[in-house]
Design a protein around this ligand. Structure first.
Ligand SMILES: Nc1nc2c(ncn2[C@@H]2O[C@H](COP(=O)(O)OP(=O)(O)OP(=O)(O)O)[C@@H](O)[C@H]2O)c(=O)[nH]1
Length: 206
């Protein structure tokens, strides 16, 4: 089931994992206009490629099952640029919300690759995205290889051609989000041990 929700930074609490908690992940799709952000999202959610998607910005909620476990996945299909009043292509709100980012360009549009480059820089500069949040770069429209304008061998898919490649991208980002959370949890555990040792020996080791 897919639920369409109006974009809101409150959506999706960041608590999670463990056997008794609901596992939730927020994935933000960025990239220039017309690169296929909506096509990839719709392909993943419905397995279909419908061709035209219109200019709507949406957050979709979807329950995904990987390794027999359910994960509540929220996908923010963004618009580029944010609005006509601003030149910023990403808002702080979006970055604070995201647990992972998929940056999309079209392999037949060189300028869309430049947009990805700028967006990576912007993400680094603003530091609003959690440092541990994974970022994946995807070149869409692989089926239009004869119109290629960006040369690169990896990370190419086609929302138009197949469902499988798109599924792999979303599962990859989910795996990376899970890994980064596990790592964070491990670090929190180590910090807890250090704090306990400090309490016993009256030293501050941090
Ligand atoms: N040939 C081909 N066309 C695609 C592919 N993915 C998307 N398109 C087409 O590219 C156009 C733009 O797709 P959208 O999904 O609306 O692109 P978007 O990035 O969401 O665009 P904005 O909403 O303007 O930000 C549509 O006409 C799609 O049918 C693909 O893999 N191959």
């Amino acid at each position: 089931m897919v639920v369409l929700v109006k974009p809101s930074p409150q959506l999706g609490s960041k608590a999670m994992d463990g056997n008794h908690h609901k596992v939730e992940a927020n994935v933000l799709l960025l990239g220039a206009e017309n690169v296929g952000k909506s096509a990839l999202t719709v392909r993943f959610l419905t397995r279909r490629f419908i061709g035209e998607y219109g200019d709507i910005e949406s957050i979709y909620s979807h329950i995904d099952k990987t390794d027999g476990r359910e994960i509540s996945l929220n996908i923010w299909d963004s618009l580029y640029p944010q609005s006509c009043e601003t030149t910023e292509s990403i808002s702080d709100k979006q970055l604070q919300w995201a647990d992972g980012v998929i940056l999309v360009y079209s392999i037949c549009d060189r300028s869309s690759f430049e947009v990805v480059r700028q967006q990576v820089q912007l993400i680094r500069q603003t530091r609003k995205l959690s440092a541990s949040a994974p970022i994946i770069i995807v070149g869409n429209k692989r089926d239009l290889l004869h119109q290629r304008a960006v040369s690169s061998e990896e990370g190419r898919i086609s929302a138009a051609e197949t469902y499988h490649g798109v599924l792999l991208v979303f599962h990859e980002i989910l795996d990376l989000i899970k890994e980064s959370r596990a790592l964070k949890k491990g670090m929190a555990g180590i910090k807890g041990i250090v704090r306990s040792v400090s309490a016993v020996f009256g030293k501050k080791w941090e």
